[in-house]
Design a protein around this ligand. Structure first.
Ligand code: SME
Length: 191
């Protein structure tokens, strides 16, 4: 199994430490997109997300639009959405894609492990991840980004792809930035 685990703090700060941590990837890139193109795509998505969120503070509406933006803008993604922490388990939130399992205990599946470890996890091949929870048989790779309000875990952002090795360090950086923008906008809503 080859899995990239980017530490929470380094993945969220945009610092040299972050770049160093993300450089420790041990997976092989297979989606073929040039890095610069991917960076531009995520920069554009930040602008689009800010536009979608502007003036709107309904949490369900914003989370729904965020998942739709990711699902429709990122190539080769067959599931994009949220799980939010309730007690000791993650509960399905707004998403795009096939119906998915509703409750994931902390420490179970890719989502539960990412939430428990407070780390972004990239899984190049979900069939090699012990305990992976298969919600869509078409999924072959996955990325899970924890959502934080400061140090408090709110839940995770989860994306699946039918391609092996679809997600890399640029996706981790881009999705962490988008998640930070989203949470910052929703702050004060008592998530
Ligand atoms: N594969 C995830 C479960 C959620 S679905 O992918 C939507 C996991 O292993 O946690």
């Amino acid at each position: 199994m080859t899995t990239l685990i980017a530490k929470k703090k380094s993945a969220r700060k945009g610092t040299a430490a972050k770049k160093k941590a993300l450089k420790k990837k041990v997976f092989k890139r297979r989606d073929g997109a040039p890095k610069s193109a991917k960076s531009k795509l995520y920069a554009n998505l930040v602008v689009q997300l800010l536009s979608l969120l502007k003036g709107e503070h309904d949490f369900i509406a914003n989370a729904s639009n965020f998942s739709a933006l990711l699902f429709n803008s990122l190539p080769n993604v067959n599931w994009a959405g949220f799980y939010f922490l309730q007690g000791e388990e993650l509960v399905l939130g707004p998403f795009q894609g096939n119906p998915a399992c509703v409750r994931i205990p902390l420490g179970k599946g890719v989502c539960g492990v990412a939430a428990q470890q407070c780390e972004t996890i990239i899984v190049p091949n979900v069939h090699e991840f012990p305990g992976h929870i298969a919600c869509d048989v078409a999924s072959n790779s996955e990325i899970v980004v924890p959502l934080f309000d400061g140090e408090r875990l709110l839940g995770v952002l989860d994306l699946d792809s039918p391609l092996l090795g679809r997600f890399d360090d640029r996706d981790a950086e881009g999705l962490n930035e988008l998640a930070t923008v989203f949470v910052a906008h929703e702050e004060g809503l008592g998530l």
